[in-house]
Design a binder for this molecule. Structure first.
Ligand SMILES: Nc1ncnc2c1ncn2[C@@H]1O[C@H](COP(=O)(O)OP(=O)(O)O)[C@@H](O)[C@H]1O
Ligand SMILES: CC(=O)N[C@@H](CCC(=O)OP(=O)(O)O)C(=O)O
Length: 259
């Protein structure tokens, strides 16, 4: 059974149909794959911060995280989104258990170098023991992207970064499920989805501003994962029927990231 890290972002979370969760359960039951879910929830965090009248700002797809923001991030990701995803998988006939990167010291983190981002973490190490215990007992782990520091502090980790760290630690494939059919590039005034994107192309497209916002951490995490021997990374649309199953069968779907 091969580990398959499936990350879904807040962009698509509320649009994912029951069939998507059924596909995850089908992969799990096939005994060919061990799915591990990492979720985001950026738009829901923003919504809650707005309701609480707390200002929020992104720099290159990363949220500036004060202590006040961090409380809301943890509340929304680990309290609301994580449990909703667990319920959705259960509803689809699967066995799921929700944890955050803090549980079992799964994601050990420290502050990113860009200190102006505040309590945003970068992954230092991953301790997969808790994941292995859940998977050994046939649970699909569902992870919210928070990290634990050495001195008991916690960090806000971008969901894409956390997913890449899981794929690296497990040596599994990585599937970014988002709200777009892949990476777009304009050709002759027409938006085209690229079936493949290589590292030099991706870097050029970031520099040219063609890849922007939340797609920046996604592509950077994809390249980082590939550099550490993750066998394959793809970006696909979770609302497209059967996209996950197609990917699992080796069919071309979405945009595959290559070095
Ligand atoms: N070249 C690009 N191709 C596709 N999407 C892009 C591109 N550049 C920026 N994006 C944006 O990235 C978004 C996906 O990132 P994000 O909103 O963080 O998604 P998620 O919540 O799924 O992680 C897309 O909805 C799109 O608006
Ligand atoms: C540091 C950072 O930006 N953390 C993200 C964590 C959630 C996330 O990554 O959600 P998406 O997958 O929906 O983007 C945030 O605060 O929004």
């Amino acid at each position: 059974m091969k580990p398959l890290v499936i990350k879904f972002g807040g962009s698509v979370l509320e649009e994912l149909p029951p069939a998507f969760y059924q596909d995850i359960v089908q992969l799990h039951k096939s005994r060919k794959w061990k799915p591990v879910i990492v979720h985001g929830g950026g738009p829901l965090i923003t919504e809650m911060l707005t309701q609480l009248a707390v200002e929020t700002e992104f720099v290159n797809g990363m949220r500036k995280t004060t202590d006040e923001v961090l409380d809301v991030v943890e509340m929304v990701l680990s309290g609301k989104v994580n449990k909703q995803v667990v319920r959705n998988i259960t509803q689809a006939g699967g066995r799921a258990a929700g944890i955050s990167g803090v549980d079992g010291n799964l994601i050990q983190a420290r502050q990113v170098e860009e200190t102006e981002l505040g309590q945003v973490g970068q992954v230092e190490a991953v301790q997969t023991e808790i994941l292995q215990s859940l998977m050994d007992r046939d649970f699909i782990p569902v992870i919210s992207p928070l990290g634990a520091g050495l001195s008991g502090e916690r960090y806000n980790i971008n969901g894409d970064v956390a997913a890449a760290a899981m794929a690296k630690a497990l040596g599994g494939s990585l599937c970014f499920v988002s709200n777009i059919p892949g990476i777009y590039r304009e050709e002759n005034g027409e938006k085209k989805v690229l079936p493949y994107i290589s590292e030099p192309e991706a870097k050029g497209m970031i520099a040219d501003g063609v890849i922007k916002e939340g797609m920046i951490p996604k592509i950077q995490s994809a390249l980082d994962a590939l550099m550490y021997k993750v066998p394959e990374v793809v970006i696909l649309d979770g609302t497209e029927k059967g996209s996950l199953i197609s990917f699992s069968k080796g069919h071309s779907v979405g945009t595959q990231v290559v070095l």
